[in-house]
Design a binder for this molecule. Sequence first.
Ligand code: ADP
Ligand code: MG
Length: 693
Amino acid sequence: MPTTSDRRASRSGAPARPDGLTPSERKLLQLGLRTPQDLIVHLPLRYEDETRIHAVGGLVPGQAAQVDVTVIRSEVQLRPRRQLHAVVEDGTGRIALRWLHFYPNQQKQLQAGAALRVRGEVRRGFDGLEMVHPHIGRQEEPLPSSLTPVYPSTAGLTQGYLRKAIARALDIADLSDTLPEALREQHGLMPFRDAIRLLHNPPPDVSEASLREKGHPAWKRIKFDELLAQQLSLAIAREERMRQHAHQLSVRNGALEQALRSSLPFQLTEAQERVIAEIGADLTRAHPMHRLLQGDVGSGKTIVAAFAATQAIDSGQQVAIMAPTELLATQHFDKLMGWLAPLGISVCWLTGSLTGKKRKEALQAIESGSAQLIVGTQALIQEGLSFARLGLIILDEQHRFGVGQRLQLSRKGEEVATTIIPHQLHMSATPIPRTLAMTFFADLDVSVIDTLPPGRTPVVTKLADNARRDEVIQRVVAEVRQGRQAYWVCPLVQESEALQLQTAEDTFQSLAGLLPDLRIGLIHGRLPTAEKSRVMDAFRSGEYDVLVATTVIEVGVDVPNASLMVVEHAERFGLAQLHQLRGRVGRGSAQSVCVLMYQSPLSLIARQRLRAMYETTDGFEIARRDLDLRGPGEFLGIRQSGTDILRFASLAEDTQLVEKAQEAVGLMRSRYPGHARRHMHRWMKGKQDFLRT
Ligand code: ADP
Ligand code: MG
């Protein structure tokens, strides 16, 4: 507990805590800036040009400007709220200055006639241009000769403090190059020392645009370094994995697998056969598999998982399959039971909602090893759950799991047995574009199902303004008359789950009122698990014609007779989400339609998303556009984890650098291991853990 005197001391900026750090030093630590090495690679977000004095008459809104002016008048205004307001001029024009928070000495500074240097962003104000909370200095101060860096910071840490700390670090840190000269020359890269000094202190002749857009050779060098560090660490992670031990699941084409094959009502596609073989080969090895199975929505990944499972079970091991939602876990359970229980495999279900005696039984079966295949949710990675002999973990819709959960999963494996680690199969319908796969998943081998099972006709996508809701409703009726079923997805209400629920119920009521002859069901996230399953089962068996739903049905739900998907307020959904939703139809042989209703006017990004949905059904193309629209961090759901893996390079724009960095990995590791180690130390401290997922 800080005492009163502590608090007073820290407010005055003096060191007070037992750790002997000043508040600013503590803030530096919060930003992960511990050592001079950390500080020198803390690079500017942008630069301010304080080298020039602008003429007030030439200012335009949005411009960052510095002007030498005289105060004409200043006053404290009380309306619309208390603020300090001043008008200043320089002979070419006038501009207003405003402060919503101010100190008495600022009022003094702004007395009429005072000559000041003012710096800030120009905006369009009530009458004419203005600056809000500008920086005030003295006209006598010499102008800097180079651009002023602005660093990423945090509340309470000033730019001035950061600049000084970084300048000191530049004097004492090791700036020697971690790239061998041959490599630098081959790719035309600047020496590290020059690049880093230039970015912290750009000389006067460097163009601000080349820094801002990161096109300058100094940025190119830094981006290369960053990408190389990442590639190196992935290569190291891979090597470590190759040193770990896993059970060799070497019974291929065993009795169970054969039985499964002959019991299937359909023929596996060539693509499915190929990926089953790829996975099967991995499983026979003595080190853990890390494989990502990519396949568009509806491409038939579940049966591939079932084949992997039979190989593990044939080899005497347990298999865990995890899904991101209970609904999906339930569906997997049903499907896998249908395929595998007849072969004598004992399948067990475990999610958070399983309680009491049943839970105890499930845990016992898992711990004793009598349960061979365990289907569940995140509950499977909970503390305290121990498997008798877990040989394979399958993660479905892996992109829906947070990075943290994936990390926990890989640790779980290590806890289970410190020496033997389960194989991992990740499945995803979000096809990851090549550059991303190369960069983020270099330690995941990738298998791709690139064709859909035969007999599917591509879903036709239609866009409809909300004003045409009646027509859409008639379309639902027409579909049902032909003996088919429809989903009606309610608008997403991101701000509030309660509101979301309300919307779903309202939509259900209104559709039920309008269509009394149809049997309409409702499903949403708040229903108890048993009720969710009941509704889903009823829809699957044709007891409902229409299923009003929230995004709980977004992933994995499989009802082949449903041929119409209506999404209300499609403009509120992300591209990946829309693609998943559309993938719920087109699973049978009937021509399926997806109607995306939208509320105009559309924002630019919403229009681009809807256009992408209209123009293509190819998941890879959708993913590529999604990446363009959102950027890789958000695309991969990394933003929420708070871990920035790439601070400077952009996967969308620096594809060539990505490739060069990847090429360089081999050379660095074989010929220059010392350089490689130093490079990693400079760039990847504290991030290794993240990359293991
Ligand atoms: P996803 O890849 O989206 O997880 P699913 O595994 O749910 O796809 O499969 C979609 C549907 O296709 C399921 O009903 C599944 O039984 C069926 N299916 C899978 N493989 C084939 C195939 N080779 N031929 C016909 N139907 C198949
Ligand atoms: Mg699936």
